[in-house]
Design a protein around this ligand. Sequence first.
Ligand code: 13P
Ligand code: SF4
Length: 359
Amino acid sequence: MYFSLPEEYREANAATLNNRIEEARSRLGHRLCLLVHHYQRMEIVAHADYLGDSYALSKLAAGQKDAEIIIFCGVHFMAESADVLTSDQQMVYLANPLAGCPMADMADMADVLEAWEYLKPFGGADQFMPVSYMNTTAGLKAFTGRNGGLICTSSNARAALEYAYDRRDKVFFFPDENLGMNTGNQLGLKPEEMVIWDFSRQNGGLTEDEIAQARLILWKGHCHVHTNFTVDQITHIRQEYPDVQVIVHPECIPDVVDAADGAGSTRYIVEYCEKATAGSVIAIGTEVNLIHRMAEEYPDKTILQLSGEICPVCANMYRTTLNDLAYCLDHHADLKPIRVPESDRADALLSLQRMLEIG
Ligand code: 13P
Ligand code: SF4
């Protein structure tokens, strides 16, 4: 899909765009709700009605009973979830409709269905539960709901796996192998109980014995932003700043999570920075826009980028500009909202509601 803004929006300067955005916001009043993810650019965050991690934003979307127009500044799977969680009368727009998530794209529907059909007999009837990370298409959320499973985000992955193991012996987790393994480690699963399903290989590249022993089958997917962080970076930053506290997102590889002082969702990272005492030195392993914002909001603390010179930017989150937001606000009535097909809505809703119930 090629999407280019009209010149009037493409060429406008920041002051003009900010004015247009504010004018549209006051024109639309309570009819509008602007949901913004923590990784968005600072200038977009400034216009948020609500700012949050993917869990908080889905809860907020579900709670918007009055807003007719919901504009999401984030990535595609987040806007899809908001659509599923709101009524048919409410329209959800993604401020930049090209903003996707490469990790979500790593779990292709046909590949997941093929894996599921192959795996099922190893657990006996109904012994596998699919648990899907929020970063998936709505089609896969529907697959998850249909098969008794639930969605999780980085803030409730542990509770989601506990929910699953209370009901079934084995979990099929996709698409982030790192979040899955970090959570399995938290629950004390043994290394041989966690195996990686490599969708590019025959039978996931696993032997029958490996599958039979496994309690957690992890899809071979990852976030290209969070896998930039390394244990070496942690070692170096500890040498340079002996009092540093290292906190990372659980999409980082397990060795990095183990070497860090704390790991959690973007909300956890924000709250960590908020609560740290003045003078604290904190090195963060997550998306760079959030790190920069924390550094600006807390000048009394030293907030550093864990990766030093390597810039961990999510190009898709960065795609949404003031130009896009101004255009979307002014022209939403002519734009196509994000609409999950009717055939998937009910089952996707089921999997998301199960998530909201576990909190
Ligand atoms: P959060 O669930 O922490 O908001 O993370 C979403 C995400 O895409 C992280 O890369
Ligand atoms: Fe996807 Fe990674 Fe960007 Fe999050 S940071 S939206 S997982 S690519």
